[in-house]
Design a protein around this ligand. Structure first.
Ligand SMILES: Nc1nc2c(c(=O)[nH]1)N[C@H]1C(S)=C(S)[C@@H](COP(=O)(O)O)O[C@H]1N2
Ligand SMILES: [Mo]
Length: 362
């Protein structure tokens, strides 16, 4: 079909923002992706849906922006005489960007290639986080802020609207394709996590956030300490935890899977009442034998469960025996396993964000 190619070319050229704007948009998009990706780790409820959508759409526009950029700098990469030391950094940035995009796209199509030690989605997260400093360095080596002339109210608005709409259409298309082909990619909840079905310990993976991997805890020697803003500090043995409350709750891991299980245990509220939490207590912190910890506002903590059982079975070591936290409505990383201490406190615990990342490294 003669004449077709130039037609598409002209069309794309119209869509293409000025070079400086493309570069800065890439930086903005990558930063947005890292921030929204990290923030999405907290999301579990329908209120979070717009964030997940934004992450998908902006992620897909990066493909277009990268295309513009590559078309422009192609010769700097293919012509060896134009290589500079910073070219290596540029190539590395490109490779990492391609890694983030392919793992993201692979993921939404429901493929989960088996990789040792980590979940496939974590590789996407790794690429994404690496990309932010790389793009920042890349931008620094050729720092040229956008100028007024780069912006044209009508043209710029048109270009960015088309890119975002293209991203949204591509994502919708992927959803429809997934449904038509009936891939695993359809079997997900709003966070993108895929279902693990079945009941009990073997129905879902045992996950550690980063490096937590304690030896099995001897229930005979274990006890739960409750201390802090309480009238009576407690030391509770395993026998005191008959699984008197049964509750169905959904565990959604940021590694990209979820499971619905029947958890058996004791309400945190009962333990707090037994210890006599003081009037001014505001937060409850759950601490693992590994040092891993998380805090919840006391009202929410009261409703949480200290579980000894899952699907009618005693918890296995991997799932946090003898005792683990079950907090419906919170992402999996906050469901502390191998709990050995509860601190009743007056304030929250910002350091928990660091502690969960480094606990388990000796
Ligand atoms: N002490 C401790 N608790 C932990 C973790 C951990 O690494 N250490 N990982 C969390 C993460 S990321 C998830 S998704 C859930 C997984 O629970 P599971 O191993 O029973 O599937 O436990 C959470 N509790
Ligand atoms: Mo997780």
């Amino acid at each position: 079909m003669p004449g077709r190619q130039p037609e598409v070319g002209r069309w794309l050229a119209k869509l293409q923002p000025p070079p400086r704007l493309v570069d800065w948009s890439l930086f903005a998009a990558v930063t947005f992706e890292a921030a929204s990706g990290l923030l999405s780790f907290l999301g579990t409820t329908p209120a979070w849906v717009p964030l997940f959508w934004a992450h998908r759409i902006v992620g897909l526009t990066i493909i277009l922006l990268l295309g513009f950029k590559l078309a422009r700098v192609r010769r700097r990469l293919t012509d060896a005489r134009q290589w500079r030391p910073t070219t290596l950094l540029s190539v590395l940035t490109l490779v990492v960007a391609a890694g983030a995009i392919t793992t993201g796209v692979t993921w939404v199509f429901g493929f989960e290639p088996d990789v040792p030690y980590v979940s496939f989605l974590s590789i996407h997260v790794g690429f994404g986080l690496l990309l932010v400093p790389l793009v920042l360095f890349h931008l620094r080596t050729r720092f040229r802020p956008p100028r007024r002339t780069d912006f044209d109210r009508r043209r710029t608005t048109m270009q960015y609207s088309v890119m975002l709409v293209a991203g949204a259409v591509a994502y919708r298309g992927q959803e429809l394709l997934n449904r038509t082909l009936d891939t695993h990619g359809t079997n997900r909840r709003l966070t993108g996590s895929q279902r693990r079905s079945g009941e009990g310990n073997d129905a879902f993976p045992a996950m550690s956030w980063v490096a937590d991997d304690p030896d099995p805890v001897d229930t005979g020697e274990w006890s739960l300490t409750v201390r802090g803003a309480v009238s009576d500090q407690l030391n509770l043995d395993y026998d005191e935890f008959a699984p008197e409350t049964e509750e169905e709750a959904l565990l959604d891991c940021t590694g990209g899977w979820y499971t619905v299980q029947e958890w058996g245990g004791v309400r945190v509220g009962e333990v707090l009442d037994a210890a006599g939490a003081t009037e001014d207590a505001a937060y409850v912190r759950f601490v693992s034998v590994t040092g891993y910890r998380w805090s919840l506002p006391i009202e929410e903590a009261r409703e949480a469960l200290l579980a000894t059982h899952v699907g009618g079975e005693r918890l296995s070591h991997g799932h946090g025996a003898p005792l683990r936290l079950v907090v419906p409505g919170r992402r999996g990383f906050q469901w502390v396993k191998w709990v050995e201490r509860i601190d009743v406190r007056h304030r929250g615990d910002p350091a928990q964000w660091i502690v969960t990342l480094v606990s388990g490294f000796d």
